[in-house]
Design a protein. Structure first.
Ligand code: E4P
Length: 266
């Protein structure tokens, strides 16, 4: 399973790429807002264009998803093409993110699906976002999306509505007895998408998104997701364990002077 970083903060992107374990970056308007606000706070001049170019270069040739902000079919296609033309020349790694349904109301609108189809047919790779059902994933794949992004954490949020919880709290993959139209958890949503794509030989990649903790990252791998996109803090959490730290302290205490000959810690 590939791991993408779900962030638009350049320092996070640079640090995670330096680790050598990150295979791509996903952004969205909320993540861009966070990055722009951080730049403003630090007193820097904000040019989103040059900032995005830095992100594309920091991603070292791996895919970077940039989301459109338009909501009408024609506007989304135009914006997607503009973003692709302007930015893909930088590092040849731009993917255009299109919502599966761009309606601001809870209405059936094919604008997103049509935009995915038009951009994909124009040779522009599309990441279809805001997927909350396996059937949305299926339609996005049929429209030609290269990646489909089921939002695991936000499904869990909906399923535990009314409970008190933190965004990063674990929600069991098997659910807690509730379901959203047959989906019992975010991990289950991803698992159902994976199963359908495998069963029908669908080539689109399942990109598990809205991941809030390290255990969910593990469960996405077990569910067979092609890719999981995770915030920086999840990546950091995934490398931690109290017993690893305890083991390190004990091994460090036990270093005998004879070890020094190998150039290690004294
Ligand atoms: C990724 O592509 C999504 O934009 C992102 O994972 C959403 O995560 P959130 O639900 O934690 O905001």
């Amino acid at each position: 399973m590939k791991i993408f970083l779900d962030s638009a903060i350049l320092s996070e992107i640079e640090e995670s790429y330096a680790s050598g374990i990150v295979d791509g970056v996903t952004t969205n308007p909320s993540l861009m807002k966070k990055a722009v606000e951080e730049l403003k706070r630090s007193g820097e001049n904000v040019s989103l264009e040059s900032y995005i170019k830095k992100i594309l270069l920091a991603a070292k040739g791996t895919p970077v998803s940039l989301e459109v902000t338009s909501t009408e079919y024609g506007d989304m296609v135009k914006e997607g093409k503009t973003l692709y033309r302007k930015f893909n020349v930088v590092a040849k790694n731009v993917v255009i993110k299109i919502p599966v349904n761009s309606s601001l109301e809870n209405q059936g609108s094919f604008d997103g699906i049509k935009a995915i189809r038009a951009l994909s047919r124009a040779g522009i790779p599309v990441n279809c976002t805001l997927i909350f059902t396996p059937e949305q994933a299926l339609l996005a794949a049929k429209a030609g999306a290269k990646f489909v992004s089921p939002f695991a954490g936000r499904i869990d949020d909906a399923l535990r509505e009314g409970e008190s919880f933190d965004k990063s709290d674990y929600y069991p993959a098997i659910g807690k007895g509730k379901h959203d139209n047959g989906v019992v958890s975010g991990v289950d949503l991803v698992a159902q998408c994976v199963r359908i794509f495998k069963m029908h030989g669908i080539k689109s990649r399942v990109l598990a998104a809205s991941i809030r903790n390290a255990r969910q990252l593990r469960e996405m791998a077990l569910a067979g997701a092609d890719i999981a996109t995770v915030p920086f803090y999840v990546l950091k959490d995934a490398i931690k364990h109290a017993k690893t730290a305890e083991g390190m302290r004990k091994f460090t205490e036990d270093i005998v002077p004879e070890y020094a000959v190998f150039g290690g810690k004294k």
